[in-house]
Structure formats: structure tokens, C-alpha cells
Write a protein that binds this ligand. Structure first.
Ligand code: PMP
Length: 404
């Protein structure tokens, strides 16, 4: 039965031969947004997507705890049966208000939001145009859809235009799907150019703001807010599991009849709804996104320090300053060794290996949080640079010059 995975077992054993298991890290306990205990030792967390550090916010925890006490541990039902409580509907209204949209629909995860929305927007005879570096949930949503799927080169509006032109004579709706911030390298979509093309070619646009909600834009509404083109985005997807510190996902839109999607989206209908405690904690976190812009300021201060510090030491980081800062490593085996060394030195980062990475390179992926102190970012910088020197990624002389 499982023989087809033999090649995977061999590769996995190779990865684990160097010490830890990067894909099966089990924390003894996570004690704050930036600290955990692992194998009896303290480690600093630098790879959690906990952009605003809200997982431990006292008011989010208190609101979640109150809902837990009042309404129990779970809903034991789907949104279309017994699983819609007033909290679910209020959170949908709050999201719609926050994003300036007519309506929002809450899903049980961000993954399910994409898998639940793409197939019902684009069906047989329609066309989905996906950025090549799209998240797995977008690809899986496209797979569930009966639409034709076209990939365009990552962040390349000219390639998108060329492909839309090819489809211009064909019947069916065209839906372009992009992300706000891309999760591997932290780069952002060129939204203004994409909007100009979608207008010219008569396509619809969906933006997955999973990594940009709460992170970008004056009010934290995401890349579309920052780019000043929110009115041209037809569907916004987002998740509660990153800046909002919970779990869940949503889609928001101004489309007429959007509420009918509740009756056709299988990942919305055929799974249990979010527990009341999660809904309550996320609702408070969304209030904090608006009420505490200083969280975004702290996040970007940390992002900038880490990005510029690593770049100055000569480490190959992504193209732009972002809360996701990835060090690209040519040789996957070296990346695994470096990941193990970082952990030995007390720093947890994400390891991403091809084929899950863009351009086939391994990544030591870090993500910063507003909750990191300046001292923690300095520790991370020292640790990553020292490891870069040890494994030959950083020229020691250049590093010393940069540090002076
Ligand atoms: N969309 C994108 C762009 C993502 O990066 C992710 C998660 N990494 C998701 C959707 C899925 O979100 P969740 O983990 O909340 O299910």
C-alpha cells in the first residue's frame, strides 16, 4: 500500500540522519509568543507566523476563556446545521465592517477557505489563473474546481496578461488568484499592475491576505489597503491563524448573492464550525489590529532589523524587507545541518526544502513578531550569522567589516 512512498522514506531518513526531525518538532511547552521549551531546553521562536504576538494577549485569552466557560468546548456541528452561534455571525459582521465589505463567510481553517471558495467561484468552463508560487490550499482549491487552471510566472504581470490574452476568445469567467505576502520569501504581489490587467481583460481578482492581514496597510487590512486598490479586489481570503493568533479562515466580498455560497461550498457545509472560544479570541484580536497600530510598528522594526542585519552580513535573503525573512541555502543537506545547529544554539526557525520552495533552493525561513524584543532580534542575528560563518555561507571577513 505505502510502497509508493519509498523514495520519500529514503529522503526523510537522510534529513533525520543529521540529528533532529525538522518536520516533527514537538515542543514541551510554548510559554510566550517568542519562547518555548524543547527537549528540556529553552528556545527562542523565530518561525511561527505569530506576527502580532496575540496568542498570549491577556484580553484575547480572557475573552476566549469567558466564551469557553459560557458556551462549552465545541459546537459539534456544521455552519449549516447546529454549528452557527451568534458569535460566528457577529465575527462575520465584524470582518465585513473591518474590510469595508458587504459580507464575510467564516471557515474552520484558512486552508478550507481557499478549498471552499475557489471551486464555487470558478466551475466548468471557467478559468483560474494562479500565480505559480501559490500556497497549497490555492492549488488544492483549483484541483477541486472543474475550471481550467493556468499558472502564470510568479509576480509577473506581463506573463499574466499574455495568458489572459490567450484565453480572451474563450467563453467562461476568468478569476486571477494572488497572495498579499508570499509565505516562503516574504515578497508581495505587484497588485497595482495586476489590477490594471484584470480591468483591461475583464477578469475577477481574489487576493489571499493570509500573511498580510494585520501586517500591511495603515489599518492592517492587508496589501490591497497598502496598494490603495481595495475596490478592485473582488474576493478577499484570510486566515485567523497568523496575525490573529487563533485558527480559522474567511472570505469577504461585495458580490451580490455572496450568501448563496454558504449553500454550495462543501468545505463550509460538511465540517464542524469553529469553537466559541476561538471565535471570541479572534474577535478580540481583530479589534486589537485596529486599536493598536503600535503592534505593526514593532513588527516592522523587528523585520527591518533582522532583514538588514542578515543582508549586511552577506546572507542571501529575499527581495524585500518583510516579517518573513528567509535565508536561501543552495544545498539542502547544508540547510538541514544549519537548522540543527540553530536549534542547538537555542533558536527555532522553519526549514523548507524543495519542491515546496520557489526556485528549488532550501530555505531557513524565519518570521518575526511584534512580541520579539530588540534583545531577541539581536540574539537571532548573532546566532544565524555565526551559523552562516560556520557553514561557509558568510565570508567571515565581510561579516566582521559589516559589524564594525
Ligand atoms: N493561504 C496562504 C497564503 C497560507 O500561507 C496559508 C497557511 N500557511 C493558508 C492559506 C492556510 O491557512 P491556515 O493555516 O490558517 O489553514
Amino acid at each position: 500500500m505505502l510502497l509508493k512512498y519509498q523514495h520519500l522514506r529514503d529522503a526523510y531518513e537522510h534529513v533525520r540522519a543529521d540529528g533532529g526531525d525538522p518536520f516533527n518538532v514537538t515542543f514541551d511547552s510554548v510559554v510566550s509568543p517568542t519562547e518555548a521549551r524543547l527537549g528540556g531546553r529553552k528556545v527562542m521562536l523565530l518561525g511561527t507566523n505569530n506576527y502580532l504576538g496575540l496568542t498570549f494577549d491577556p484580553s484575547c485569552k480572557a475573552q476566549a476563556a469567558a466564551a469557553l466557560q459560557a458556551e462549552g468546548t465545541g459546537t459539534t456541528g456544521s455552519r449549516v446545521a447546529n454549528g452557527t452561534y451568534s458569535g460566528h455571525v457577529e465575527l462575520e459582521r465584524q470582518l465585513a465592517r473591518f474590510l469595508g465589505r458587504r459580507e464575510a463567510m467564516v471557515f474552520t481553517t484558512g486552508y478550507q477557505a481557499n478549498v471552499g471558495i475557489l471551486p464555487v467561484l470558478a466551475g466548468r468552463g471557467d478559468h483560474l489563473l494562479l500565480d505559480a508560487d501559490s500556497h497549497a490550499s490555492i492549488y488544492d482549491g483549483a484541483r477541486f474546481s472543474e475550471a481550467s487552471v493556468t499558472r502564470f510566472r510568479h509576480n509577473d504581470p506581463n506573463d499574466l496578461k499574455r495568458r489572459l490574452k490567450h484565453l480572451a476568445e474563450l467563453p467562461g469567467q476568468k478569476l486571477v488568484v494572488v497572495e498579499g505576502v508570499y509565505s516562503m520569501l516574504g515578497d508581495t504581489a505587484p497588485l497595482a499592475e495586476i489590477v490594471a490587467i484584470k480591468r483591461e481583460m475583464g477578469a475577477y481578482l481574489l487576493v489571499d491576505e493570509a500573511h498580510s492581514l494585520g501586517v500591511l496597510g495603515k489599518n492592517g487590512r492587508g496589501l490591497a489597503e497598502q496598494a490603495g486598490i481595495e475596490a478592485d479586489v473582488d474576493f478577499v481570503i484570510g486566515t485567523f491563524s497568523k496575525s490573529l493568533g487563533g485558527i480559522g479562515g474567511f472570505c469577504a466580498s461585495d458580490m451580490a448573492d455572496f450568501e448563496l455560497l454558504r449553500l454550495v461550498s462543501r468545505p463550509y457545509m460538511f465540517t464542524a464550525s469553529l469553537p466559541p472560544a476561538t471565535i471570541a479570541g479572534v474577535s478580540r484580536a481583530l479589534e486589537l489590529v485596529a486599536a493598536k497600530p503600535e503592534l505593526r510598528a514593532d513588527l516592522w522594526r523587528n523585520a527591518s532589523s533582522l532583514y538588514h542585519g542578515l543582508a549586511a552580513a552577506g546572507l542571501p535573503v529575499g527581495p524585500t524587507v518583510s516579517p518573513i525573512v528567509s535565508v536561501q541555502v543552495q544545498d539542502p543537506q547544508i540547510a538541514v545541518l544549519m537548522w540543527n545547529r540553530l536549534l542547538e544554539l537555542g533558536l527555532y526557525v522553519n526549514l523548507a526544502l524543495p519542491p515546496a520552495t520557489p526556485s528549488g533552493r532550501a530555505l531557513l525561513r524565519t518570521s518575526v513578531s511584534a512580541a520579539h524584543s530588540i534583545g531577541e532580534i539581536d540574539f537571532a542575528l548573532d546566532t544565524i550569522i555565526a551559523t552562516g560563518v560556520e557553514f561557509g555561507l558568510v565570508n567571515e571577513a565581510r561579516h566582521l567589516t559589516a559589524a564594525q
